[in-house]
Design a protein around this ligand. Structure first.
Ligand code: ABC
Ligand code: CA
Length: 497
């Protein structure tokens, strides 16, 4: 599928090993399931490609229509100073699948099942480096694990140096990892390497009918390589350009190296806006960030919007207040881009800080249908209905219009986007005897409105103004998504049965 086909999707990022345990009646699979999955142990907890299938109803119940799964290719399968490759990122040979997660047939079965359900599959591709336990020998056969049949010549690697993250050339040519577990940097300028990887990805995408790719370590490979690689792939690509700069991250899309990037700068802006210290942030800054996203990326509508991932702390680890987290989620789903939900976000997982704590097994949650799960379901429904209905305001639909701030204070912000107005604030849970006023919504006075989140009714005042009270018991600093009562009806949301 291409970028246009992806932009209306809602992606769920999962680690195969941690998302779903093999079910009791499943055929024998490679991995034993430990009694408890301790993330600190950094070892396999039993998830496989087939077990993902068991939980697709759970994902569809939340409005998810695409999954991004951790790398599927062969990893080093030995004990390391960072324990085992349960996460799948220690790929040492992309010509083989990772037997820990299943067989070729299993992967085909998963993808066939996804397509039957009109869901897309996005595969994480890790080609920048190859782990080695032989830290002194930067190159030759010895350092290449016996099970690595891929890069057999020292010329296929860059010379050893450790990455200096403040230097982009170093990010591209030096080695990831550390002395405990070096990841040898693949020489992505070598013609043999280039042609091998380009034909690998072309064949892989075709053979498994892949819909999209997440490009691991995006900023660690020069853009020129990515151009050829993404062209060979021929499907939607989004890169992990782990960096806070709008200018730097957007260049990967704007130069045509890949279709999209994961929105790290927006992730930073959302974390800052709805962080643990309510009201220490300024919503004006958040408005600026949304403007930056719109002006930096050639196509902001396919940037991945996420609150957390497998490398960073869970959002609920840094933001205990569920109301602030709800505001962050409305931002994640409503602003321009493709929402990317990290498995466990819907269950409020908040364990520890980052890697490995942020990779807990999901099954202890019993896949319950709790508040956050339902909020995500609702946000997906609202977004999907807005997109498919094509409803317009002043000639602009939700998809075509750019979020425009129409009211802002230090603590509140309101955006117009097509037929909706969404409001966010950094106030947090407790009710406050205060309100937020928007002078001109753009709707005439006396227009009946509905908040698509709570289904409460509102009405515009003089000049099309609108006032939200934060004093309602149990509501506090909640976010809102307003539509006219007529539009809500057309969307089929908040319609009484
Ligand atoms: C293992 C252990 C860890 C141990 C570590 C040293 O080794 O598990 O406990 O701490 C895989 C595994 C990891 C494993 C590593 C190394 O391999 O998943 O468990 O860690 O063996 C990708 C993947 C990631 C994967 C790899 C390697 C790359 O998503 O899962 O890790 O294949 C950098 C890279 C990025 C990479 C990430 C982990 O590290 O660029 O590609 N992710 C700054 C830098 C970033 C840097 C980031 C984190 O720090 O700019 O380049 O990412 O180190 C913002 C700034 C940002 C800043 C952040 C922290 O703050 O704007 O620039 O990012 O405000
Ligand atoms: Ca590199």
């Amino acid at each position: 599928a291409n970028a246009d086909e992806w932009r209306s999707r809602s992606i769920y990022q999962l680690l195969t090993d941690r998302f779903a345990p093999p079910s009791a009646d499943a055929p024998a699979r490679t991995n034993p399931v430990p009694e408890t999955c301790d993330p600190v142990a950094q070892t396999w907890c039993g998830g496989t490609w087939l077990s993902i299938i068991d939980k697709l109803d759970y994902l569809q119940g939340m409005g998810i229509d695409a999954i991004w799964i951790s790398p599927v290719h062969q990893n080093i399968d030995v004990h390391t100073p960072y324990n085992y490759a349960y996460h799948g990122y220690w790929v040492n040979d992309v010509t083989k699948l990772n037997a820990r997660f299943g067989s070729e047939e299993d992967l085909v079965t998963l993808i066939t099942e996804l397509h039957k359900r009109n869901m897309y599959i996005m595969i994480d591709i890790a080609i920048n480096s190859i782990p080695t336990l032989n830290q002194n020998d930067s190159l030759s056969s010895e350092s290449l694990a016996a099970d690595n049949s891929m890069w057999t010549d020292p010329a296929y690697f860059h010379k050893q140096c450790w990455i200096d993250y403040s230097n982009q050339t170093s990010c591209e040519y030096c080695w990831f990892g550390d002395a405990n577990l070096p990841l040898m940097d693949v020489n992505t300028e070598n013609p043999y390497v280039i042609s091998t990887l380009n034909s690998f990805i072309k064949d892989f995408v075709t053979k498994y009918n892949i819909d999209g790719l997440r490009l691991d370590a995006g900023k660690h490979i020069p853009g020129q390589f990515w151009s050829g690689f993404t062209q060979s792939a021929g499907v939607f690509t989004t890169g992990e350009v782990y960096d806070g700069s709008w200018q730097f991250t957007s260049s990967y899309q704007n130069q045509g190296w890949m279709d999209s990037v994961l929105g790290f700068p927006m992730n930073g802006a959302i974390s800052k806006a709805f962080s643990i210290k309510p009201k220490n942030s300024n919503m004006t800054d958040f408005g600026v960030a949304v403007g930056q996203a719109l002006s930096s990326y050639n196509n902001p509508r396919v940037i991945g919007n996420f609150l957390e991932n497998h490398d960073m702390a869970r959002f609920r680890n840094i933001t205990a207040d569920p109301v602030l987290a709800y505001n962050a989620m409305v931002a994640q789903f409503m602003i321009e881009g493709i929402p990317v939900t990290y498995y466990g976000q819907e269950q409020d997982l908040a364990n520890g800080h980052d890697d490995p704590y942020n990779r807990a097994a999901l099954w202890p949650t019993n896949y319950e249908n709790g508040t956050t799960y339902q909020r995500i379901a609702r946000l997906n429904l609202i977004r999907k209905q807005l997109i498919t209905s094509g409803l317009q305001f002043n000639g602009k639909s939700y998809m075509d219009d750019n979020s425009t701030a129409i009211g802002v204070t230090q603590n509140d912000i309101a955006f117009r986007k097509g037929p909706i107005i969404y409001t966010l604030n950094n106030r947090g849970s407790p009710e406050e005897n205060t309100s937020f006023g928007i002078n001109a919504t753009g709707w005439p006075s006396q227009t009946a409105l509905i908040d698509l989140l709570s289904c409460q009714q509102y009405i515009t005042g003089a000049g099309g103004s609108l006032s939200i009270s934060y004093a309602q018991p149990g509501y506090g600093g909640l976010p809102y998504i307003f539509a006219t009562a007529g539009d809500a009806k057309a969307l089929g949301i908040c319609v009484k049965a």
